[in-house]
Design a protein around this ligand. Structure first.
Ligand SMILES: [Zn+2]
Length: 507
């Protein structure tokens, strides 16, 4: 690592009166003492290589090593000068600033092509002499204290890793596959349900469900209650469905899924006077002036529920959970979730607004893993014995590891996501068609308890896990294989669903 920083320390007054002393201060007090502190013997720390007084500024060039990085040396200087000139001369340190900062190093992985990190503090980023040269600019004290330099370097590293990650497509490993089931039906459930008037599309990916699909999805929920939630003693909670952006910032969904959220804004001004022009416009034209409306709204303050669990972890922020209260097991089904799927929208299996039961658990590591096994067992029972599905399960790279460009999965198999996939006959052959991920289960390890800084009272780690049960997806997986005629459905399912409600007829 090679570091070279150009910047200054700014004082509250002109400091030219220090002119005669500054050389001695730099060479005898700073370079030989202050910048050697904490540096291992025989290793280089940091060093001011050029200095010049200019009005109320001390202009500096600092070179440094990994043992004392120049930006940390600059923070040290601020404290030093506050003491050194503050007491005797009543001069304060007003600011520290980095104008140019070049860092050259050998990255742990060499970038295969151009890496870009687009933030205003990066002036240049390129390969030089087989190393990476990062030129930074305009970092003030708060940028330095908030570790922007370190964060920029780790972001660069993440991007290099992520490029490599994309290159390796195989991040899917089959764990188990059910026996083949006889294909009873091969139509597209969404199309057939639309034809019968069971569902109606109100907007892209958003559907109205009439009594029959509503009953089918409630039946799925009932199955989950009877065969999973109650036997495993999960309790219901109501989690907020409009999520402050800060919550996602902590979980990493922001920025990870920034392009998929539905954002929420509210009126900038509450007073009706402020809205009168909009009222008038609509009354006169019968149209909604979207630009005018946009002006009246705040920037997004939150987003619609995306994954249900994040606000639950927030509940535990900076708390200690009594050891004997663990494990904690809850579920939420108090509202809809939203995802913008862009071009991917077609049927109910991939919709914008959907209904999901989110099952969340937390405990010590062994407890979290034991609950995972119990859930897996319950799911297998449901899919094999009640829904009678042809399905498989696979280990996949969890979303947050994928986004961070992590590649050492082998050690992390305890953590990770299991996808449950169902064969959809209408999509083609088993071998060549895409199966539907109708369910998944993730053990997140300490990811969320670290994000919100909670532990047990004996200061042990808390592991969390969650599994989302998409009711539309369960329904589609089931219908795609079993069709729309109740007589064809498995007996156990028929017992739970009961007699179907009547269709709503229109002409
Ligand atoms: Zn979750």
């Amino acid at each position: 690592l090679k570091f070279r920083l150009k910047g200054y320390v700014e004082f509250s007054k002109d400091i030219t009166l220090l002119e005669s002393k500054i050389d001695a201060i730099v060479t005898k007090e700073i370079n030989t003492l202050l910048f050697k502190r904490g540096v291992p013997k025989g290793k280089k720390g940091a060093k001011i290589t050029r200095w010049r007084l200019k009005g109320n500024k001390l202009m500096l060039t600092i070179e440094g090593s990994r043992y004392l990085r120049p930006h940390d040396a600059l923070l040290r200087l601020r404290t030093f000068f506050t003491e050194r000139v503050g007491k005797n001369l009543k001069i304060g340190v007003r600011a520290i600033f980095i104008k140019d900062y070049s860092i050259q190093y050998l990255p742990s992985k060499k970038p295969e092509d151009k890496v870009e990190v687009r933030v205003p503090w990066i002036k240049e980023l390129r390969v030089k002499d087989n190393e990476l040269l990062v030129k930074l600019q305009n970092l003030d004290a708060s940028a330095i204290q908030n570790r922007y330099v370190e964060r920029i370097l780790s972001r660069i590293n993440e991007k290099i890793q992520a490029k490599e990650y994309i290159g390796k497509s195989e991040r899917w490993e089959l764990l188990w596959q059910s026996p083949k089931k006889e294909i009873a039906w091969d139509k597209d459930p969404t199309e057939e349900m639309e034809k019968r008037g069971w569902i109606k599309r109100i907007a892209a990916g958003e559907w109205l469900h009439t009594p029959i699909p509503a009953r089918l999805m409630r039946t799925m929920q009932e199955i989950v209650r009877l065969y999973l939630l109650e036997p495993l003693e999960f309790e219901e909670v109501f989690l907020p469905k409009m999520v402050p952006l800060e919550v996602w910032l902590r979980t990493g969904h922001m920025p990870g899924s920034a392009n998929v959220f539905y954002y929420v804004s509210r009126a900038k001004k509450w007073s009706l006077n402020e809205w009168e022009d909009l009222f008038d416009y609509i009354k006169v034209t019968g149209q909604i002036p979207s630009e005018l409306l946009k002006e009246k709204l705040t920037a997004p303050i939150g987003g619609m529920c995306f994954a249900q669990c994040p606000p639950f972890y927030w509940f535990f922020e900076k708390k200690l959970v009594p050891d004997d209260e663990l494990p904690i097991k809850v579920w939420d089904s108090s509202g809809t979730s939203y995802r913008w799927e862009a071009g991917g929208l077609k049927g109910l299996e991939r919709d914008t607004e959907f209904h999901r039961i989110e099952v969340i658990w937390m405990g010590k590591k062994a407890q979290a893993l034991e609950i995972k096994d119990q859930l897996m067992e319950r799911y297998e029972y449901i899919f094999n014995n009640i829904l009678d599905l042809e399905w498989r399960k696979a280990w996949v790279v969890p979303w947050y590891m994928e986004q961070a460009g992590e590649t050492d999965f082998e050690e992390k198999k305890e953590i990770g996501t299991v996808d449950f996939e169902a064969y959809l006959p209408f999509r083609g052959s088993r071998e060549n068609s895409e199966w539907l991920e109708f369910q998944n289960l993730t053990v997140a390890g300490t990811k969320f308890s670290e994000a919100w800084k909670f532990k047990t009272t004996s200061l042990r780690e808390v592991w969390t896990g969650c599994t989302g049960i998409g009711l539309e997806r369960w329904m589609i997986a089931f219908i795609a294989q079993k069709g729309l005629e109740p007589e064809e459905w498995p007996t156990k399912f028929r017992e739970i669903v009961g007699k179907l409600p009547r269709e709503i007829k229109t002409i």
